[in-house]
Design a protein around this ligand. Structure first.
Ligand SMILES: Cc1cc2nc3c(=O)[nH]c(=O)nc-3n(C[C@H](O)[C@H](O)[C@H](O)COP(=O)(O)OP(=O)(O)OC[C@H]3O[C@@H](n4cnc5c(N)ncnc54)[C@H](O)[C@@H]3O)c2cc1C
Length: 550
């Protein structure tokens, strides 16, 4: 492992250049162009993160005359089974229409009919909020804007540790995943936008990277914040979706809102029954899967329109996938299957606890996007909270003096890297990750019970030992993967502890405990907060009532 390093200074440091991070960087510069904004991105800003390249909808927009912020709050109470604070969701939905105007100014296309009406689809229990957007170049446009606004982007750098200075977060230490070089950034304010834990459960394909969400997201942001003392919440909400088998590409709402029909394995047409993701997973688990989507009854023009969206906007690889499987929508159905389990704030409920100003529970640290718990805000949440975090971080950076560089922390990280680089066991890091994620599938996900969860906690100890004593580290790649596996393990520890604590079942299949099969609002309509004790696996738990708008 090379031992070179260099140091940067920033007013605002953004960790993760996906949707939220790119927006946060642009917005921070917009707050004050004289402020120095640095972005650490594990991949390459141009194509990294959930958007990858394009996207076809902003899932939450209160379009004037179509739906209201209050309707969204009523809707989110339902989708979160009551365990959600109103403040962050309300802040997000109230700014969603303004966000659309900003994106339009940046050249993002939202189709309108001849009367000037937008296409707003109904995918929430109340109101219509999913605004169609046809933007195959969304991420590249954002990336270009980040660079044009004068931010310093450090690609291929994984944020590995937050710097601390007398109880406040003071920047981060990063590791270049190609060269092994260490990058230290001392910052007055830090925004963590490193996504969720996509590589959590193992997908049924068995491939480590064949996950629904962006595979570079290994819960790093959660663990960074947790180690710095921030509270995490919602980690018992272990999510999985039901989407196109093996390729894990979503399409349900795009096709349903355009006339597709859904059948279960017994050819029962279930289109007009409950076809929420939870209901589809339940049907699958009850032996009535695979569920499949049929388009063959639709007119050619409709199918072509669907193909255009699916094959050109979000994930163009979908076209090759269906061709490879011999699936032509005019003749063959599309097979759905439950995805891997993942933890996510934006399309789940697990994240760093934030308030409506994107502040975490630690001074100097802000969180946005899938990394923060603003449940089910999706892309709208990532963008709006990217903006909010930038505003808060930028204002904070103006008030505080530059932090001191904690030399001891930098030296300890260098020593840790050297120790990781010297690991000479017989097990590859990939095998260790595979084992960990298989154990997550076995013990940390529904159906849960006390014994399984407790066994899962024991297994984490064994895998931690494997990672320390039995892995073979022969390259920079192996070394940063060790850090990723540590983070997946940290997320599993928090998830298992929170799942053990929540002695009820909630959120459909996502937190089903066979030993407490009923929902218990009297005792559990509240948040479980997790803070780190003396080690990642030492999870300290507290409870917090949900907060409603006055
Ligand atoms: C397949 C799919 C389809 C979706 N479709 C829609 C849709 O149609 N409409 C909608 O509203 N929402 C949609 N969503 C949800 C939405 O895209 C996400 O909620 C949103 O993009 C999350 O943004 P983010 O910035 O939090 O995470 P990401 O965009 O995933 O960005 C996280 C970034 O952090 C980087 N990173 C990770 N770890 C580190 C580290 N340690 N150091 C530095 N960088 C790091 C990653 O490389 C990545 O670039 C979809 C999500 C998926 C997965």
């Amino acid at each position: 492992m090379p031992s070179t390093s260099y140091t940067l200074d920033a007013d605002v440091l953004v960790l993760g250049g996906g949707s939220a991070g790119a927006m946060a960087a642009i917005w921070a510069k917009q707050q004050d162009p004289s402020q120095k904004v640095v972005v650490f991105e594990k991949g390459d800003l141009k194509y990294s993160g959930c958007i990858a390249r394009g996207m076809d909808a902003l899932n939450i927009v209160a379009v004037p005359g179509v739906s209201t912020p209050q309707e969204y709050i009523d809707s989110i109470h339902q989708t979160c089974d009551g365990v959600v604070d109103d403040g962050p969701s309300y802040a997000m939905v109230c700014r969603s229409w303004e966000l659309v105007q900003t994106l339009k100014d940046w050249g993002v296309y939202f189709p309108q009919d001849e009367g000037g009406n937008y296409e707003v689809l109904k995918v929430h229990p109340k109101g219509r909020f999913a605004l169609t957007m046809i933007e195959p170049e969304l991420k590249t446009k954002l990336a270009a804007r980040v660079l044009a606004s004068g931010c310093t982007v450090v690609n291929r750098v994984m944020a590995a540790e937050l710097l601390l200075d007398e109880g406040r977060v003071a920047g981060a230490i990063g590791l270049n995943v190609r060269t092994g070089e260490t990058v230290v950034c001392r910052a007055k304010a830090t925004i963590v936008t490193a996504g969720g834990a996509a590589r959590f459960g193992l997908p049924s394909s068995g491939y480590l990277y064949g996950v629904y969400d962006y595979p570079g997201n290994t819960g790093d942001g959660y663990v960074l914040a947790y180690r710095a003392g921030a509270a995490l919440t919602g980690f018992e909400h272990t999510t999985r979706y039901c989407i196109v088998k093996d390729v894990n590409i979503p399409l349900l709402y795009i096709v349903l809102t355009r006339g597709a029909r859904v059948f279960d394995a017994f050819e029962e047409d279930i289109t007009s029954s409950d076809i929420s993701i939870n209901a589809l997973v339940r049907r699958h688990e009850a032996g009535r899967g695979p569920v499949h989507i049929r388009l063959s009854h639709l007119p050619e023009a409709k199918i072509k329109a669907i193909e255009e969206i699916l094959f050109e906007v979000e994930r163009p690889v979908q076209e090759r996938f269906h061709q490879g499987r011999g699936v032509n929508f005019r003749r063959q159905d599309i097979e759905l299957w439950p995805t891997d389990y993942f933890l996510c704030g934006g399309h789940g409920m697990s994240g760093v606890r934030v308030n409506e100003r994107a502040e975490t529970t630690v001074p100097g640290l802000y969180a946005a996007g899938d990394n923060a718990c603003v449940p089910r805000g999706h892309l709208s949440g990532a963008f709006v909270f990217g903006q909010i975090a930038a505003e808060s971080a930028s204002a904070y950076a103006k008030q505080v003096s530059p932090p001191r560089l904690n030399e001891g922390q930098v030296a300890a990280f260098a020593a840790k890297l050297a120790e990781i680089g010297a690991r000479r066991g017989r097990v590859s890091v990939d095998e260790c990750e595979h084992k960990l994620r298989r154990m997550i599938n076995d013990y940390a996900v529904p159906p849960k019970n006390e014994l399984k969860l407790a066994e899962g906690q024991k297994w984490l100890g064994r895998i931690e030992e494997d990672l320390k004593c039995r892995v073979q580290v022969g390259s920079v790649r192996d070394a940063f993967k060790v850090l990723e596996v540590e983070n997946i393990l940290g997320c599993a520890a928090v998830s298992l502890a929170a799942s053990r604590e929540r002695k009820e079942s909630r959120w459909g299949t996502w937190h089903y405990r066979a030993d407490y099969p009923e929902k218990d609002d009297a005792n559990w309509a509240k948040h479980i907060l997790c803070r780190r004790g003396d080690a990642d696996r030492d999870v300290r738990i507290s409870h917090k009532p949900v907060e409603r708008l006055a």
